[in-house]
Design a protein around this ligand. Structure first.
Ligand SMILES: Cc1cc2nc3c(=O)[nH]c(=O)nc-3n(C[C@H](O)[C@H](O)[C@H](O)COP(=O)(O)OP(=O)(O)OC[C@H]3O[C@@H](n4cnc5c(N)ncnc54)[C@H](O)[C@@H]3O)c2cc1C
Length: 406
């Protein structure tokens, strides 16, 4: 490493970081950038890793950009772990004892999985799917295993269960919530999913919290709702929390995430934060790929002057599992009584549209994946009711073609 002082440093290699760099270059900034990434591979599409367990994947298969892209964009890569930022001297310390200084810094350290403490098993016996290497380890360790316990009822649990079932594995899923993905969908939208999971032979236990596991040789067991269940592999998808330890030791204001203003500036004006690690107004931490990408872009635009404020646009989450397509956007914003709710159903398509002052603010949809982009557009542009029902009726208008040939 020849240079130790950089005009711009980015810590945490994922989509917020890449989007930040891409936007700077699109806006003619040519300053040298140091990108610090902490995993065993170049930044990659994290969203893909637990959705491709059936076939597996090559180490570099999901990388967002290859080494040439970084070189062409005057980005120096550093595979290391940032341990502390000295804000006075603008110096960053690393696990490797290396030190660099910066003029401007983006913290894009994302989030990390919460691994539950379970009496009777060591931490490394509990798998998770946060990083590509975690999924690889899970696939490797479970090659000859048949029965899986998945703890957690969120999106990653359901997607992982779907993949394992498709691999012919037996899956027991337990979650504290009353039904899967409770934070993202009302119960009525999840009923078809629960049915589909059970039809595939999965066992699903809501309202269950596991605190201990017994071990007999290679076989694990625990009591679920009074009944002893045996399994060979434990997977915990029990949520993720923003990686704020670096900010904390560096005296950068953080609560649930690193506190940022609408320009994505932290409590230090030369340090911005974007993506899963950032905490926005009303304490919101986003946790979505496209939201992190958007914030990376805004951080670049606001690096030197306030250019574009962050307004928390309603990015969606889509989940394709057990033969169903589920879509949820801005559901967490919905406060009962303050939104007009329109429920519609046509065949196996269901949707709930939430309007405020006549404008579309949130939406839940099942099995209308072909029009997902249109739903996203309608939300982003806050279409009014008339436009929503005209442009996107629950039953799409049939298109006829009266050709002359027979
Ligand atoms: C299995 C899985 C599936 C998902 N599927 C979806 C989906 O379908 N749709 C969706 O919208 N979202 C999905 N998400 C969420 C989405 O991946 C995240 O919102 C997104 O990746 C956040 O990007 P980010 O740039 O904030 O950081 P992250 O992707 O969290 O990456 C942060 C990086 O910073 C590194 N880092 C942390 N601290 C340091 C340090 N001190 N020094 C160096 N490096 C450090 C981390 O190791 C990590 O590599 C999924 C998440 C997971 C885990």
């Amino acid at each position: 490493m020849e240079q130790t002082k950089y005009p711009i440093v980015v810590i945490g290699g994922s989509i917020a970081a890449i989007s930040f760099i891409r936007t700077l270059r699109q806006n003619q900034n040519q300053d040298k950038i140091l990108l610090v990434y902490g995993e065993d591979r170049l930044p990659y599409k994290r969203t893909k890793i637990n959705k491709n367990m059936v076939r597996g994947f090559d180490k570099d298969e999901f990388i967002i950009a290859d080494e040439n892209w970084y070189a062409e964009n005057n980005v120096e890569l550093l595979n290391d772990w940032a341990t502390r930022i000295n804000r006075e001297s603008r110096e960053i310390e690393f696990k490797s004892d290396r030190k660099v200084t910066f003029d401007k810094l983006l913290i894009a350290t994302g989030s990390g999985s919460v691994v539950p403490r379970l009496a009777g098993v060591e931490r490394d016996e509990i798998h998770n799917v946060q990083n590509a290497s975690d999924v690889e380890r899970l696939l490797d360790d479970s090659k000859n295993k048949r029965r899986f316990l998945i703890i957690g009822g969120g999106v990653e649990s359901i997607e992982t269960a779907d993949q394992l079932v498709r691999k012919g594995k037996e899956v027991i899923l337990v979650g504290r919530m009353l039904y899967p993905m409770q934070k993202l969908f009302p119960k009525e939208m999840i009923d078809p999913l629960e049915k589909a999971m059970l039809n595939k032979g999965m066992q699903w236990f809501p309202g269950v919290s596991i605190s201990s596991i017994d071990k007999n040789g290679e076989v694990y067991s625990t009591k679920i709702k009074g009944e002893s269940k045996e399994f060979d592999v434990i997977v915990a998808c029990t949520g993720a929390v923003p990686n704020i330890s670096l900010a904390k030791v560096s005296d950068i204001k953080s609560e649930n995430g690193i506190v940022v203003d609408k320009w994505l500036r932290t409590s230090d004006k030369n340090i911005l934060a974007a993506g899963d690690v950032a905490q926005h107004s009303n304490g919101i931490v986003t946790g979505l790929w496209h939201a992190a990408e958007h914030q990376g872009k805004l951080a670049a635009l606001n690096l030197y002057e306030d250019t574009e404020a962050h307004t928390l646009p309603p990015y969606r989450l889509k989940v394709c599992v057990f033969g169903l397509y589920l879509f949820s956007a801005a559901y967490e914003k919905v406060i009962p009584g303050q939104f007009e709710m329109v429920k519609e159903e046509e065949g196996d398509v269901k949707r709930i549209l939430y309007f405020k002052n006549g404008l579309l603010e949130a939406c839940i949809m099942l099995n209308d994946g072909n029009r997902a982009k249109q739903y996203q557009q309608a939300l982003m542009e806050h279409w009014d009711k008339e436009k929503v029902f005209k442009e996107m009726p629950i039953k799409p208008a049939l298109s006829f073609s009266f050709g002359t040939s027979v």
